[in-house]
Structures are given as C-alpha cells and as structure tokens.
Design a protein around this ligand. Sequence first.
Ligand code: AMP
Length: 305
Amino acid sequence: MAITVVGSVAFDSIETPAGRRERCLGGAATYFSLSASFFTQVRVIAVVGEDFGAAQQAAFDARKIDTQGIEHASGKSFFWEGSYLENLNEAKTHTTDLNVFGAFQPKIPDAYRDSEFLFLANIDPVLQRRVREAMPDVKLVAGDTMNYWIKDHRPALLEVLRGLDILLINDTETKMLAANTNLVQAARAVLDMGPRMLVVKHGEYGATAFYGRDGIGARTFRAPALPLEEVVDPTGAGDSFAGGFFGYLASQKELTPGAFRRAMFYGSVMGSFAVEEFGTARIEKLTREEIDTRFSQFRELTHLD
Ligand code: AMP
C-alpha cells in the first residue's frame, strides 16, 4: 500500500570524525522515501528551490518514488549544516535555513489521495498538520519531529501529536518533550499527548517501542542496532529507520503485533546502512538482497538458541 510523506527535501553540509561534505542531497523526506521505497510505493510532498536539479531528481527516479508532489519554487532549497564531532549519536546544528519551506503551502496531488499510509517527516508542525487534515481517510499516520520544533514550536507540535498513531523520536527528544529524565515515565507522558505507539530511537543502541493504553496491542519491545566498526555519517539514520519501519508496515496485509516487531528490525536494518557513507550515498546504491541478509544478521544477534 502506498505511503505519502511530507517533510524536508534539503541540501546538507555535514562534518563527522570521518570528514566533511558540502551540500549533499538530504532532508528528512528524502531519507525516508529512499528507505521506504525498498518496501512499497512512496509519494512525496515537499518544496525545493532552483538549486534542486537533474542530479537530485535522479536519486528519487532511480527508486521509482513519485515526486509529483514536490513543488519547484523560486529561491533556494532548505539548507541544514550540522556536525557530530563530540557525539556521534546527536547532531549539533550550525545552520537551519528554511528558504522555500518558509512560505510553503502543501498541495496534495489527486494521484496521492488513495494513499493508506501517511508519514509526517520532520518539518514545521504547522505543515505536518495541514497535510494530516488534508488526508483524513488514511489508515495509519506516523510522524517524526526534532528538538528544534519541540523547543520553539510546542503548541503546534502538540496539535500534530493528537492526530498521530505512531510517533518516532529519539530518547533525548522524548525526555525533552515530556520534561522528564526517566525514559519510561517520559514515554508514558508522550503517549498521553496522543500517539497510540511511541518508537524511541537510541542511535547506536537500537530502538524501543512503547504502547499507549488503547495502543496497537503489544508489550514494550526493543530492537537492537547492529554493532558497526565504523560510523561514517549518522545523518539520516533516524529517517531511514522510519522509512524501513513504516515501509515494512505498509507492505503487510495485516498489522499484527508481530508485524510491528519485525518493522522495528527493518527500521534498524535501514538505519545501519544509512550511516555507512556520507549523506544518502549508501541507501541510494543498496539492494533488496543486502537488506534481507542484514535482517538475518539482526536475527542472529538476538537469537537465544
Ligand atoms: P536525522 O534522520 O534525524 O539524522 O535527520 C537528518 C535530516 O534532517 C537532514 O537531512 C536535515 O536536512 C533534516 N533536518 C535538519 N533540521 C531540520 C528541521 N529543522 N526541519 C526539517 N528537517 C531538518
């Protein structure tokens, strides 16, 4: 079943202990859609500027991602600059230039209307909410956000949370959103804000799923991350996790508790690939066979017999 995603399509300048890259193709919706495209049809809603050219478009085309909903505006694309010099698990943001996203009015192409899955990737919660309201008939809605929006755009974000089935954020964001330093208590508080399921990403340590009282119906569950010898660039790991997680769910006939657990593993698989090279490079050249092989490695990592 098809997923519509709204979020940033961007250029990123990134510095990590492995080096520096200027203006790579990035953005939350970009990583999400590349990753989810290995599991299902993906349709993107975003805006780009005149600096988004044939090379960037080719990355989406190669994965057969529907980009009718990417509007081309005059001006520059979203630009983000960050580094991971002190902590590989958390980006330090140096620059966020919204550029064409500042005045973006999302429009949903008619061909996207039958999407049963909606992902609100990281972007201004006001835009996330508009897209959510314009697609009231979707079967499952998941979303992401980050410290930038939690700190300074809280009322708009709280409205988005009320309309979500699943929220995927990292542990620092969970604690910040709940103003509580204990992860389990913070998760409970976030679930009380609206989502039925909360997926907390722990960077190199995996991810934990928590369920609300009227939740999707399963126990707290943790998926590991693959211990890697080298992390080249953590940018996009969270969005690639979300793409694997939600893409796998969208490919399933039935959303059983087991499907949610396997989705957590597919999310971890996609996150583990994303960090192996700068920007989207690794995800762009990935194959389905590599995904399946790594899924087996994850199984072996945690299997008792
Ligand atoms: P992550 O998966 O959390 O590493 O997300 C990385 C991506 O988020 C980068 O490609 C950035 O372009 C994008 N990004 C950074 N800051 C923002 C923001 N404030 N709003 C939307 N996207 C952002």
